[in-house]
Design a protein around this ligand. Structure first.
Ligand code: ADP
Ligand code: ADP
Length: 231
Protein backbone atom coordinates (compact mmCIF):
# COMPACT_ATOMS: atom_id res chain seq x y z
CA UNK A 1 0.00 0.00 0.00
CA UNK A 2 1.44 3.33 -0.98
CA UNK A 3 -1.12 5.95 -0.24
CA UNK A 4 0.25 9.40 0.54
CA UNK A 5 -1.22 11.57 3.27
CA UNK A 6 -0.56 15.17 4.15
CA UNK A 7 -1.90 16.39 7.50
CA UNK A 8 -1.88 20.12 8.23
CA UNK A 9 1.30 20.53 6.21
CA UNK A 10 2.89 23.95 6.35
CA UNK A 11 5.94 25.47 4.66
CA UNK A 12 7.61 28.61 5.91
CA UNK A 13 10.69 29.53 3.87
CA UNK A 14 13.80 30.82 5.59
CA UNK A 15 12.91 34.40 4.62
CA UNK A 16 9.73 34.06 6.73
CA UNK A 17 7.35 33.63 3.79
CA UNK A 18 4.61 31.07 4.49
CA UNK A 19 4.07 29.36 1.14
CA UNK A 20 1.83 26.45 2.31
CA UNK A 21 -0.85 26.96 4.95
CA UNK A 22 -1.69 23.69 6.73
CA UNK A 23 -2.99 21.59 3.86
CA UNK A 24 -4.69 18.17 4.21
CA UNK A 25 -4.70 15.73 1.30
CA UNK A 26 -4.92 11.98 0.80
CA UNK A 27 -3.71 10.38 -2.40
CA UNK A 28 -4.99 6.81 -2.55
CA UNK A 29 -2.91 3.77 -3.38
CA UNK A 30 -2.54 3.61 -7.18
CA UNK A 31 -4.25 6.96 -7.73
CA UNK A 32 -3.07 9.49 -10.33
CA UNK A 33 -3.45 12.86 -8.59
CA UNK A 34 -2.85 16.02 -10.61
CA UNK A 35 -2.04 19.26 -8.81
CA UNK A 36 -3.01 22.42 -10.67
CA UNK A 37 -3.19 26.12 -9.96
CA UNK A 38 -1.62 29.39 -11.01
CA UNK A 39 2.11 30.00 -10.89
CA UNK A 40 3.21 30.66 -7.30
CA UNK A 41 0.34 28.74 -5.64
CA UNK A 42 2.87 26.29 -4.08
CA UNK A 43 2.42 23.19 -6.27
CA UNK A 44 6.15 22.74 -6.58
CA UNK A 45 6.83 23.46 -2.90
CA UNK A 46 4.28 20.78 -1.95
CA UNK A 47 5.78 18.24 -4.34
CA UNK A 48 9.28 19.01 -3.10
CA UNK A 49 8.16 18.44 0.49
CA UNK A 50 6.76 15.04 -0.56
CA UNK A 51 10.10 14.28 -2.19
CA UNK A 52 12.10 15.42 0.82
CA UNK A 53 13.87 18.10 -1.21
CA UNK A 54 12.34 20.81 0.97
CA UNK A 55 11.90 20.63 4.73
CA UNK A 56 8.41 20.59 6.28
CA UNK A 57 7.73 23.43 8.72
CA UNK A 58 4.65 21.90 10.32
CA UNK A 59 2.31 18.93 10.01
CA UNK A 60 2.94 15.36 8.90
CA UNK A 61 3.51 13.50 5.67
CA UNK A 62 3.07 9.71 5.45
CA UNK A 63 4.01 7.53 2.50
CA UNK A 64 2.26 4.22 3.07
CA UNK A 65 2.39 3.70 6.83
CA UNK A 66 5.74 5.47 7.15
CA UNK A 67 6.08 8.99 8.57
CA UNK A 68 8.60 10.60 6.22
CA UNK A 69 9.11 14.08 7.72
CA UNK A 70 12.66 13.23 8.68
CA UNK A 71 13.53 10.75 5.92
CA UNK A 72 16.06 11.57 3.21
CA UNK A 73 14.73 11.56 -0.39
CA UNK A 74 16.43 8.24 -1.17
CA UNK A 75 14.69 6.52 1.75
CA UNK A 76 11.15 7.57 0.83
CA UNK A 77 10.45 5.03 -1.91
CA UNK A 78 9.75 7.85 -4.35
CA UNK A 79 11.02 8.71 -7.81
CA UNK A 80 10.80 12.17 -9.29
CA UNK A 81 10.68 13.36 -12.90
CA UNK A 82 11.56 16.99 -13.53
CA UNK A 83 10.96 19.38 -16.40
CA UNK A 84 14.68 19.59 -17.01
CA UNK A 85 15.54 15.93 -17.23
CA UNK A 86 19.32 16.01 -17.19
CA UNK A 87 20.62 12.72 -18.54
CA UNK A 88 24.31 11.99 -18.03
CA UNK A 89 25.73 12.99 -21.46
CA UNK A 90 28.67 10.58 -21.47
CA UNK A 91 26.56 7.52 -20.55
CA UNK A 92 24.41 5.42 -22.86
CA UNK A 93 20.68 5.16 -22.25
CA UNK A 94 21.27 1.75 -20.64
CA UNK A 95 23.89 3.23 -18.29
CA UNK A 96 21.67 6.23 -17.51
CA UNK A 97 18.83 3.87 -16.57
CA UNK A 98 21.02 1.59 -14.47
CA UNK A 99 23.09 4.24 -12.70
CA UNK A 100 20.83 4.70 -9.67
CA UNK A 101 20.54 0.94 -9.22
CA UNK A 102 24.31 0.61 -9.38
CA UNK A 103 24.66 3.26 -6.67
CA UNK A 104 22.13 1.28 -4.61
CA UNK A 105 24.52 -1.71 -5.07
CA UNK A 106 22.07 -4.03 -6.78
CA UNK A 107 23.75 -6.96 -8.50
CA UNK A 108 24.34 -6.84 -12.24
CA UNK A 109 21.71 -9.44 -13.17
CA UNK A 110 19.00 -7.53 -11.26
CA UNK A 111 20.09 -4.23 -12.79
CA UNK A 112 19.91 -5.73 -16.30
CA UNK A 113 16.47 -7.17 -15.59
CA UNK A 114 15.05 -3.90 -14.17
CA UNK A 115 16.56 -1.83 -17.00
CA UNK A 116 15.14 -4.16 -19.64
CA UNK A 117 11.68 -4.12 -18.02
CA UNK A 118 11.65 -0.31 -17.77
CA UNK A 119 12.85 0.01 -21.37
CA UNK A 120 10.07 -2.29 -22.56
CA UNK A 121 7.40 -0.38 -20.64
CA UNK A 122 8.50 2.88 -22.23
CA UNK A 123 9.26 1.36 -25.64
CA UNK A 124 12.85 2.55 -25.63
CA UNK A 125 14.55 -0.84 -26.00
CA UNK A 126 15.96 0.07 -29.45
CA UNK A 127 17.57 3.18 -27.90
CA UNK A 128 19.46 1.47 -25.08
CA UNK A 129 22.90 1.79 -26.65
CA UNK A 130 22.55 5.40 -27.79
CA UNK A 131 24.01 8.46 -26.10
CA UNK A 132 21.65 11.24 -24.96
CA UNK A 133 22.76 13.56 -27.80
CA UNK A 134 21.50 10.92 -30.26
CA UNK A 135 17.93 11.17 -28.87
CA UNK A 136 15.02 13.42 -29.83
CA UNK A 137 13.37 15.51 -27.09
CA UNK A 138 10.52 13.03 -26.68
CA UNK A 139 12.88 10.06 -26.58
CA UNK A 140 15.04 11.79 -23.96
CA UNK A 141 11.97 12.48 -21.81
CA UNK A 142 10.93 8.81 -22.07
CA UNK A 143 14.41 7.86 -20.82
CA UNK A 144 13.96 10.34 -17.95
CA UNK A 145 10.67 8.67 -17.02
CA UNK A 146 12.41 5.30 -17.41
CA UNK A 147 15.04 6.38 -14.94
CA UNK A 148 12.24 6.98 -12.43
CA UNK A 149 10.34 3.71 -12.93
CA UNK A 150 13.45 1.52 -13.05
CA UNK A 151 13.79 1.89 -9.28
CA UNK A 152 10.30 0.42 -8.78
CA UNK A 153 9.31 3.27 -6.47
CA UNK A 154 6.09 3.23 -4.44
CA UNK A 155 5.26 6.77 -5.49
CA UNK A 156 5.96 8.78 -8.66
CA UNK A 157 6.33 12.54 -8.45
CA UNK A 158 6.19 14.58 -11.66
CA UNK A 159 7.04 18.29 -11.75
CA UNK A 160 5.80 19.78 -15.04
CA UNK A 161 7.51 16.98 -16.96
CA UNK A 162 6.16 17.97 -20.38
CA UNK A 163 6.52 21.75 -20.25
CA UNK A 164 9.63 21.83 -22.40
CA UNK A 165 8.17 19.71 -25.20
CA UNK A 166 6.31 20.96 -28.26
CA UNK A 167 2.53 20.52 -28.46
CA UNK A 168 2.62 17.36 -30.56
CA UNK A 169 5.10 15.61 -28.28
CA UNK A 170 3.18 16.74 -25.23
CA UNK A 171 0.06 15.10 -26.61
CA UNK A 172 1.78 11.78 -27.24
CA UNK A 173 3.61 11.84 -23.89
CA UNK A 174 0.31 12.43 -22.08
CA UNK A 175 -1.02 9.23 -23.56
CA UNK A 176 2.21 7.34 -22.85
CA UNK A 177 2.34 8.37 -19.19
CA UNK A 178 -1.37 7.56 -18.63
CA UNK A 179 -0.86 4.24 -20.37
CA UNK A 180 2.22 3.50 -18.29
CA UNK A 181 0.25 4.23 -15.12
CA UNK A 182 -2.46 1.81 -16.22
CA UNK A 183 0.02 -0.93 -17.10
CA UNK A 184 1.84 -0.58 -13.76
CA UNK A 185 -1.51 -0.95 -11.99
CA UNK A 186 -2.56 -3.89 -14.15
CA UNK A 187 0.69 -5.67 -13.31
CA UNK A 188 0.16 -4.99 -9.58
CA UNK A 189 3.13 -2.65 -9.33
CA UNK A 190 2.88 0.46 -7.26
CA UNK A 191 1.62 3.35 -9.36
CA UNK A 192 0.61 6.11 -6.94
CA UNK A 193 1.34 9.36 -8.74
CA UNK A 194 1.41 13.06 -7.92
CA UNK A 195 1.67 15.10 -11.09
CA UNK A 196 2.14 18.88 -11.04
CA UNK A 197 1.14 20.86 -14.10
CA UNK A 198 -0.36 24.18 -15.15
CA UNK A 199 -1.79 22.56 -18.28
CA UNK A 200 -5.59 22.06 -18.12
CA UNK A 201 -5.55 19.37 -20.80
CA UNK A 202 -3.01 17.32 -18.87
CA UNK A 203 -5.06 17.68 -15.70
CA UNK A 204 -8.34 16.71 -17.38
CA UNK A 205 -7.05 13.80 -19.43
CA UNK A 206 -4.56 12.26 -16.99
CA UNK A 207 -5.91 12.77 -13.49
CA UNK A 208 -8.04 10.27 -11.56
CA UNK A 209 -8.56 13.31 -9.36
CA UNK A 210 -7.40 16.90 -9.52
CA UNK A 211 -6.25 18.99 -6.57
CA UNK A 212 -6.72 22.70 -7.22
CA UNK A 213 -4.38 24.97 -5.26
CA UNK A 214 -4.39 28.72 -4.76
CA UNK A 215 -2.06 30.85 -2.64
CA UNK A 216 -0.82 27.87 -0.62
CA UNK A 217 -4.31 26.51 0.09
CA UNK A 218 -6.22 23.58 -1.42
CA UNK A 219 -9.42 24.90 -2.96
CA UNK A 220 -10.96 21.69 -4.32
CA UNK A 221 -10.15 18.02 -4.83
CA UNK A 222 -12.37 16.12 -7.25
CA UNK A 223 -12.56 14.05 -10.42
CA UNK A 224 -12.08 15.85 -13.77
CA UNK A 225 -15.72 15.10 -14.65
CA UNK A 226 -17.02 16.81 -11.50
CA UNK A 227 -14.61 19.75 -11.70
CA UNK A 228 -15.15 20.61 -15.32
CA UNK A 229 -18.83 19.79 -15.79
CA UNK A 230 -20.76 22.70 -17.20
CA UNK A 231 -22.81 24.56 -14.58
P1 ADP B 1 14.91 27.16 2.80
O1 ADP B 1 16.11 26.77 3.60
O2 ADP B 1 13.81 27.75 3.64
O3 ADP B 1 14.43 26.10 1.89
P2 ADP B 1 16.09 28.26 0.46
O4 ADP B 1 17.48 27.73 0.64
O5 ADP B 1 15.18 27.56 -0.47
O6 ADP B 1 15.40 28.37 1.88
O7 ADP B 1 16.16 29.76 0.02
C1 ADP B 1 17.37 30.47 -0.16
C2 ADP B 1 17.06 31.92 -0.42
O8 ADP B 1 16.58 32.11 -1.77
C3 ADP B 1 16.00 32.47 0.50
O9 ADP B 1 16.52 33.61 1.14
C4 ADP B 1 14.83 32.81 -0.38
O10 ADP B 1 14.29 34.05 0.02
C5 ADP B 1 15.40 32.93 -1.76
N1 ADP B 1 14.44 32.43 -2.80
C6 ADP B 1 14.61 31.35 -3.58
N2 ADP B 1 13.58 31.16 -4.39
C7 ADP B 1 12.70 32.14 -4.13
C8 ADP B 1 11.44 32.48 -4.64
N3 ADP B 1 10.83 31.80 -5.60
N4 ADP B 1 10.82 33.53 -4.10
C9 ADP B 1 11.40 34.24 -3.16
N5 ADP B 1 12.61 33.98 -2.65
C10 ADP B 1 13.26 32.93 -3.13
P1 ADP C 1 4.28 26.90 -8.04
O1 ADP C 1 5.00 25.60 -8.17
O2 ADP C 1 2.80 26.71 -7.83
O3 ADP C 1 4.55 27.85 -9.16
P2 ADP C 1 6.12 27.41 -5.85
O4 ADP C 1 5.91 26.25 -4.95
O5 ADP C 1 7.30 27.41 -6.73
O6 ADP C 1 4.77 27.63 -6.70
O7 ADP C 1 6.16 28.73 -4.99
C1 ADP C 1 5.17 29.03 -4.00
C2 ADP C 1 5.48 30.36 -3.35
O8 ADP C 1 6.67 30.22 -2.56
C3 ADP C 1 5.77 31.47 -4.34
O9 ADP C 1 5.24 32.65 -3.79
C4 ADP C 1 7.30 31.52 -4.38
O10 ADP C 1 7.77 32.78 -4.74
C5 ADP C 1 7.67 31.15 -2.97
N1 ADP C 1 8.98 30.50 -2.86
C6 ADP C 1 9.42 29.44 -3.56
N2 ADP C 1 10.67 29.10 -3.18
C7 ADP C 1 11.00 29.97 -2.20
C8 ADP C 1 12.16 30.13 -1.39
N3 ADP C 1 13.22 29.33 -1.52
N4 ADP C 1 12.17 31.13 -0.51
C9 ADP C 1 11.10 31.94 -0.37
N5 ADP C 1 9.97 31.81 -1.09
C10 ADP C 1 9.94 30.85 -2.00
Amino acid sequence: MANVTLEKVTKVYSNGFEAVHGIDLEIKDGEFMVMVGPSGCAKSTTLRMLAGLESISGGKIHIGQTPVNNLAPKDRGIAMVFQNYALYPHMTVRENLGFGLKLARLDKATIDQYVNEAAELLEITPLLDRLPRQLSGGQAQRVAVGRAIVKKPSVFLFDEPLSNLDAKLRASMRVRISDLHKRLKDSNQSATTVYVTHDQTEAMTMGDRICVMKDGHIMQVDTPANLYKSP
